[in-house]
Design a protein around this ligand. Structure first.
Ligand code: ZN
Length: 328
């Protein structure tokens, strides 16, 4: 195995840390600091393969682990946050994350977490068969070891600035994909570190999760409108490659959701559960891939909530078996 790295302007090192699912890798970034050493952004999921990749990346770039002075996590998803505690244990470096993101790490992976059971019940009332809700619960429970040990954290506040690589970066609240996610913008370089909020080639997953914000897609589209106003020369995303047409990509992602919403509205002339709709949209083959099925189902429900809140669809059926249909 050979880890792929690339050096960008100002010596920023992109490290592609492998992931055991279809996304293939998460981008970690090493930002050289004024006083020596590096800030590490989004260290990746805690797997043996990821650790081997880090060893190799450090070796290739002549970096020692002691040079990691600080760790920043853009958002709470395990593929970004998972290794933060491990690196903190090895380096003593502080780990920075927003308070809201940190709250979700405790809700998902805290000792008394009931989240995977809550998600299972939620998918069941939306029509998903038991064997699939169980497969999803087991898959989700498997992430606990991939985010352990969990770090002690210091909070970052959206609206504040943070000094990074010798520049002052604005921290922007970027909800919808992950509530609490921060984007980092530097106006003289026109660089945007955008986490998973704007990704090239793939659309960020927008999930409704039980007990969270009711309209994640509405929040996400609002955030995209806000981000559109920033002048960006180079965007550093959490997946795929850094890219230059930030505004153009925002327009494409918005169009994708508009098309998806229109299609669902048309499909729901025939009343349907979220699960039936999910299978029509994403395909029955996801039954064998609980990880991707969870993303697809949560995304379907997020779109249904969006349509429901705007009076485009209504719920029918019962509280135990929710169905939706179009309002003409
Ligand atoms: Zn994410």
């Amino acid at each position: 195995m050979t880890v792929e790295t690339k050096v960008w302007g100002d010596g920023y090192i992109q490290v592609k840390i492998p992931l055991p699912f279809s996304l293939k890798w998460v981008n970690s970034y090493l930002i050289p600091e004024e006083g020596g050493g590096y800030t590490l952004i989004d260290p990746g999921l805690h797997t043996d393969e990821a650790l081997q990749s880090w060893d190799e990346a450090f070796l290739n770039h002549g970096i020692t682990i002691e040079q990691i002075k600080r760790i920043i996590v853009t958002h709470q998803h395990p593929d970004h946050y998972g290794l933060a505690g491990h690196f903190q244990d090895r380096t003593g470096a502080p780990v920075y994350i927003s308070e809201r993101s940190h709250g979700y790490t405790r809700r998902l992976w805290g000792e008394s977490s009931t989240y995977s059971e809550e998600l299972r019940a939620h998918f069941a009332i939306h029509g998903m068969p038991d064997e699939l809700t169980l497969a999803i619960k087991n898959n989700l429970d498997g992430f606990v070891r991939q985010v352990s040990p969990q770090p002690d954290v210091t909070y970052l506040n959206p609206g504040d600035t943070i000094r990074l690589g010798g520049y002052e970066w604005q921290m922007i609240d970027a909800p919808g994909h992950a509530f609490g996610q921060l984007c980092f913008y530097e106006p003289s370089l026109e660089y945007m570190i955008c986490g998973d909020q704007v990704l090239p080639h793939i659309t960020p997953n927008i999930a409704f999760n039980p007990g969270e914000e009711e309209d994640p897609l509405g929040c996400f589209l609002g955030s995209l409108d806000e981000l559109y106003a920033y002048k960006v020369k180079l965007a550093f995303p959490g997946h795929r490659e850094p890219f230059d047409d930030f505004a153009g990509r925002i327009v494409e992602i918005k169009q994708h959701h508009e098309r998806r919403l229109q299609k669902m509205w048309e499909m729901l002339r025939e009343p349907s559960s979220a699960f039936e709709l999910c299978e029509h949209l994403f395909g029955g083959h996801l039954r064998t891939n609980p990880h991707n099925l969870r993303f697809a189902m949560s995304e379907t429900v997020a779109h249904l909530h969006y349509l429901e809140k705007r009076g485009k669809v209504i719920r029918t059926g019962t509280a135990d078996t929710v169905m939706f249909r179009t309002v003409e």
